[in-house]
Design a protein around this ligand. Sequence first.
Ligand code: 5GP
Ligand code: MN
Length: 339
Amino acid sequence: MQPINQIFSEITSPKNIVITMHQKPDGDAMGSTLGLFHFLTQFGHQVKVISPTNWASFLSWMPGCKDVLDYEKEQVKSDAFITEADWIFCLDFNTMSRTKKMESALLNAKAVKILIDHHQQPQVEVFSFGASDTSKSSTAEMVYDFITGSGYHDKINNEVAQCLYAGVMTDTGSFRFPSTSANVHAMVSDFLKRGLKHSVIHEALFDNFTENRLRFIGNVLSNRMQLFYEYNTALISIPQQDLIKYDIKTGDTEGLVNYPLSIEGIKLATIIIDRGEERKLSFRSKGSFDVNTFARKYFEGGGHFNASGGQSKDSLEEVISKFKKAIAENKTELSTYQF
Ligand code: 5GP
Ligand code: MN
């Protein structure tokens, strides 16, 4: 993988471009891809954003989102764009397997593949060019750096700013995680000077849920959370029947894993959701406990040092007992964490 600045000289010559992201895109995946989309379209490129799967409805306000293709719903159309592409940008994921059913189409495409991502251990051999930096707060911040580095900073219009702001804000937990650097605040300052209305974006992302979702969270916190104080750990496990009862949709469980971290002393929070076809896990930690390694070792997953995920085909009960064994094996690390 060559440095991404080597494509800057090609940016102005019109191309067919596909931009994609990880499955079940979150705010950063959708925000960074659409931010890049609104930048690239200004050069006369034909640009298509394709998501490997559907996404949470609270992301749909983003400019350009209604034209994003869902690969699972529109595979033939999506494959045509992928086959015809000169460039494919892969944003906010480190390995092609994170695109689920799109993986083989992406690998077989003749296009030049370009990575922009902040996860650990990227699959560098499948990308011709790229930027991979685990110190970055978000892929949205990296798209901003890409735009600035290309020399076309003046092309940051309101659409670009809105999408990139949504990405960085969600991936930094509203600017509270340690990854929120001076560069992040300088970028946001730049957006505000250009007229961005940030409070509208917070409202669009956080104040648009259903009554059912709030009642679901009440039930989860009352009945589905276990605490393991000897390990500074909390576990939320959600059976599929809860998802059905409260009519829970993609995205409604986003952020739930963070709730137990507000309990004094809790340094590892985990959520296991029984999605029927698989059990999906999310891990969040504070300080020195490395959940990227933990997810890789026990749950076929990965991610970042303090935020990761995994999955399992075992039953919910089996996954819970595997988790309990895993924290017991990590007792020393969990009880001697440091900031
Ligand atoms: P989340 O818990 O929000 O789904 O994911 C947290 C982080 O872990 C994200 O950066 C995501 O890319 C990564 N991640 C989540 N699930 C998986 C997984 O199954 N495999 C890998 N390699 N990474 C994951
Ligand atoms: Mn991200």
